[in-house]
Design a protein around this ligand. Structure first.
Ligand code: MTE
Ligand code: MOS
Length: 805
């Protein structure tokens, strides 16, 4: 076996190739889960009966009227469940509830010959509700002390000591909105049953094994009786890590009861009103700095809005707490976390998984305090960077901390930052009603699942007699390019051309007990497993070839379909060696396994080494804000991202661009609102469509967008020296928010902190501009007074659905 990170000469990894399905994606030929339903005979369609209350008891349920609708075949209710009536893993999510926990909660499902018949049938199901009081906003939940799950604390040192040593102490409050995944493909699945009662579910899921387990426990079956396959997903972004299970269970149950294939595919409105989103967060904080602006102490309480059930809220919160430090050394720190229970959809994983919310807190603190400290925000950030040898608040040494400094310098140079800052100052001085600003923010993101056991993966590699290769691994493809990378890893480790390797869809009967494709670590984990499987085969082939080449097996080289050695000039074809091996009865397939070494995590103390390494990056964003309207443009974005030695540069570039734009959407445009009034619509999502929920589009792309990889970034602990890229770039968009803050501040006198709501919609920016202009009149505001205004502004300007503006 070769070292995990060591690359052979002229490897297939590292080549800039298109996504393996790019041509299929753009030509419409790529098959998604729901396309299979159209190709399947006799499919039944499912439609949910959605409750019109945020919180209510179901006191009566009459399904017979639905049966009068032509085409309706069956109505599924709790009475039909042979196993456990639960769609989650925490046993707090009844699949068919007797207590409605959010507006739009499905209480029953109708199966019919057509989707239209199912819809009409669902409208005829009679449900009696007894409405109950509901908690919709985070503020209401905090006031009512409505919390769920663990309440972890990360602590280092003693904040009292830190504050005592601080020259400046500020405090404030911030509330940030959630985010809708808006994957192009909504939740979808298709279930079949065979003659032996084995269930086969096609599901658009990031976590086939967990979908399998939930289907099995709902049906009262063992895992070996349920197989889940995921062809590919049309986007997932964390929204298909836990949310698909219940729909798969409905389809599987329907299929078992009717003996027919059953399809569940949510339409967009159903998807938006039924599925979980990024967690909104609220935070209170107190920060102490020394005279030079170095953090001495940080105390904070983060409260996430978990919605009606736990889902992934606890791990999301843990990751938020583990990222409050972002790239900064906090000598004394104490951060508390709690998950609010509200009567909303159950909030879930979303790219960054709490990391963005945690980092927003510290970037908000630095952005607000910089003017009060009289230090430029970028300089304040740089002064607080980790230096080599320092450790995070949870006790993990920050390996490669010097990269944060190096990336920052590389970005300043490539982004021509100093010269542009002078231009911006000149522009602002000359313009009465417009302001520009440039902000730089760093990212340090921990790679691995906090929960150590999840850091394992498997693969199954077959070499056929003709020398062609088929690989299977535990990860799923959601557009992020994992399959492309795995093909490159297999071609590299077997030494064959890329075209000789094919990849089969993810299935639980090929590779069992998989972890979710999540935490950005799927290439690390599955790449390790694919490489392990390929190397076993390559070693067996080396022994076969060695005899022909007259060298030792360790001297046999595999590259580009040729098998050679440095010790002679004889060249064998890979295919011939394979054929020879077959006739010598040598096994040509192997299972691979990988586990990330060196991880440990104590969840109760929030201490340990949960991450294999950190992914670093930094972005410089320039914006221009119009003072009359608060509208703005992204003039230029420069990014330097540490992707290690890239496995696939085009894929990584796409991940960085896409992640950044998705982050900018979260922070500036995407504004989830719920009806917080006391009328009958209380708790209803009032942004249930693309017309009311603004997503980033081409018109919001930065006018200039330069992405580069950090140079000399090889990481020796990861497959072929690469690093994860899926989530970290999303948090680079914090530079957009900070640039908007600085531009708004530039409408007022220097030395004033500017608070900005999140999302920083044009409306929110307008209020920030107005506040900055107003501060002219109250020049000389003390730090204490600013701290108070921070709190009131947070209430005034936070996401309106949350605090009720
Ligand atoms: N990129 C695309 N195109 N579509 C997606 O759904 N999901 C993101 C990220 N990039 C996503 C994406 C999320 S939330 C994660 S965790 C990673 O991809 C997961 O894949 P990886 O582990 O292979 O990076
Ligand atoms: Mo990603 S939020 O870890 O699926």
């Amino acid at each position: 076996m070769t070292a995990l990170s060591q690359r052979p000469v002229d490897p297939v990894v590292g080549r800039a190739i298109p996504h393996e399905s790019a041509a299929l994606h753009v030509s419409g030929k790529a098959l998604y889960t729901d396309d299979l339903a159209a190709r399947t005979h006799g499919v039944l369609h499912a439609w949910p009966v959605q409750a019109p209350h945020a919180h209510a008891l179901v006191t009566g349920l009459r399904t017979t009227p639905a049966m009068d609708v032509p085409g309706v075949v069956r109505v599924l209710t709790a009475d039909d469940v042979p196993g456990t009536n639960d769609s989650g893993t925490k046993h707090d999510e009844p699949l068919f509830p007797t207590e409605v926990m959010f507006h739009g909660h499905a209480v029953a499902w109708v199966l019919a010959e057509t989707q239209e018949a199912a819809r009409l049938g669902a409208a005829r199901v009679e449900v009696d509700y007894e409405p109950l009081p509901s908690i919709i906003t985070l503020a209401e939940a905090i006031a009512a002390e409505s919390f769920q799950g663990a309440r972890p604390t990360i602590r280092r040192g003693d904040v009292g000591t830190g504050f005592a040593a601080s020259a400046h102490v500020f405090s404030g409050e911030i509330q940030m909105g959630g985010q809708e995944h808006f994957y192009l493909e909504t939740q979808a699945c298709l279930a079949h049953v065979d003659e032996a009662g084995q269930v086969f579910v096609e599901s658009s899921t990031q976590h086939p094994t967990e979908t399998q387990e939930v289907v099995a426990h709902v049906l009262g079956l063992s895992s070996h009786s349920v197989t889940v396959q995921c062809l590919r997903m049309g986007g997932a972004f964390g929204g298909k890590e836990m949310q698909p299970h219940g729909y798969a269970a409905v389809a599987a149950l329907g299929s078992v009861l009717t003996g027919r294939p059953v399809r569940v595919r949510l339409n967009r409105t159903q998807d938006l009103t039924m599925t979980g989103k990024r967690h909104p967060f609220h935070a209170t904080w107190r920060a102490g700095f020394d005279a030079e602006g170095r953090f001495q102490a940080l105390e904070a309480t983060l409260t996430s809005d978990g919605g009606w059930s736990l889902d992934l809220s606890e791990p999301v919160l843990a990751r938020a707490l583990c990222h409050v430090d972002n790239a900064y050394w906090l000598p004394h720190v104490e951060v508390h976390g709690r998950v609010a229970r509200t009567h909303k959809t159950s909030q879930t994983a979303f790219r960054g998984f709490g990391g963005p919310q945690g980092m927003l807190v510290v970037e908000d603190i630095l952005g607000r305090c910089a003017p009060l400290l009289g230090i430029a925000a970028g300089e304040l950030r740089r002064r607080n960077f980790y230096t080599p040898g320092q450790a995070t608040p949870y006790g993990q040494r920050v390996r490669h901390a010097e990269r944060i400094h190096a990336i920052w310098s590389q970005l300043e140079a490539s982004g021509d930052v100093l010269a542009r800052q002078r231009e911006i100052a000149a522009f602002n001085a000359a313009q009465p009603h417009r302001r520009r600003a440039l902000a730089m923010t760093p990212v340090k993101f921990g790679i691995a699942f906090n929960f150590t056991a999840f850091n394992q993966a498997g693969a199954l590699v077959h070499v056929y007699k003709d020398g062609s290769v088929l690989i299977n691994h535990g990860g799923t493809e959601m557009g992020q390019g994992l399959h492309t990378k795995m093909l490159q890893v297999a071609a590299t480790s077997l030494g064959v051309p890329l075209a000789r390797v094919r990849l089969a869809p993810t299935r639980t009967d090929k590779v069992p007990n998989t972890s979710a494709t999540a935490a950005s670590s799927s290439a690390d984990l599955n790449g390790g497993a694919v490489k392990h499987a390929c190397e076993q085969i390559r070693w067996r082939l080396a022994e076969v070839a060695a005899r022909t080449l007259g060298v030792g097996a360790q001297d046999v080289l595999f590259a580009d379909g040729r098998v050679t050695s440095d010790r002679g000039d004889q060249v064998l074809a890979f295919d011939d060696v394979v054929n020879l091996a077959y006739h010598q009865r040598i096994s040509l397939w192997a299972a691979g396994f990988y586990r990330t070494e060196g991880l440990h995590w104590d969840m109760s103390r929030m201490q340990g080494e949960p991450f294999k390494y950190f992914a670093f990056g930094a972005a410089a964003t320039e914006v221009e804000v119009d003072g009359f309207t608060g509208s703005y443009r992204l003039r230029r974005v420069d990014i330097v991202q540490d992707v290690g030695d890239s496995l696939s540069p085009l894929i990584d570039l796409g991940q960085i661009e896409g992640g950044f734009v998705q982050g900018a959407g979260w922070l500036t445009l995407e504004d989830l609102r719920w009806d917080t009034g006391d009328g009958p619509g209380r708790g209803r999502l009032t942004t249930p469509s693309a017309s009311t929920y603004k997503l980033p589009s081409f018109s919001e792309m930065p006018q200039v967008f330069n992405v580069s990889f950090f140079e000399d970034a090889h990481d020796d602990g990861v497959v072929y020296g690469s690093k994860a890229v899926g989530e970290p770039p999303l948090m680079l968009a914090l530079s957009v928010r900070e640039a908007l803050r600085q531009a708004a501040a530039a409408f007022g006198p220097p030395g004033h902190g500017v608070d900005l709501a999140s999302p920083a919609t044009p409306e929110a920016v307008y209020w920030a501009v107005e506040a900055a202009q107003a501060s002219t009149k109250t020049a000389g505001t003390s730090a204490e007074a600013v701290a108070t205004s921070a709190a009131t502004t947070a209430v005034h300007a936070a996401s309106p659905g949350e605090v009720g503006r």
